[in-house]
Design a protein. Sequence first.
Length: 153
Amino acid sequence: MVKIAVIALLSTLFFGATAFAADAVDGTWKLNVAKSKFSGTAPKGATRVYTESADGTTLDQKMVGADGKEMSMHVTLAYDGKDHPMTGNPDADSGNGKAIDAQTSDFALKRGGKAVGSVHRVVSADGKTLTVNNKGTHPDGKTYDDTLVFDKQ
């Protein structure tokens, strides 16, 4: 009986710890423009900050366009497959995500409830590089396929 109680306690601790483990993407990331590929004009720079909250993973992004204009985006996504609102993204007003593994996530982007793009996000095994592949259609109908490479700060 004591063995069963110990196994149950250890299982609870193990599964509880993994449920609250930090997302591999958490932290501050700076865009490496030279390593990134853009279907349009490259921005001057960007910074992404990912943080964990009770509601999921929050992304706050600040980007400086080629024209010098600053843009900000904010979204909190749970990896639950449900749509969550986002602000500051000219291409989408909501999105949903799912974790593929500890380093990889996929997201569907929507505008007005209609699918308009996808994001495939991978954190390198050493945790120093974040690669984000964005594909979709801008509101003007032009398509994009961008690969953004970020360095951990």
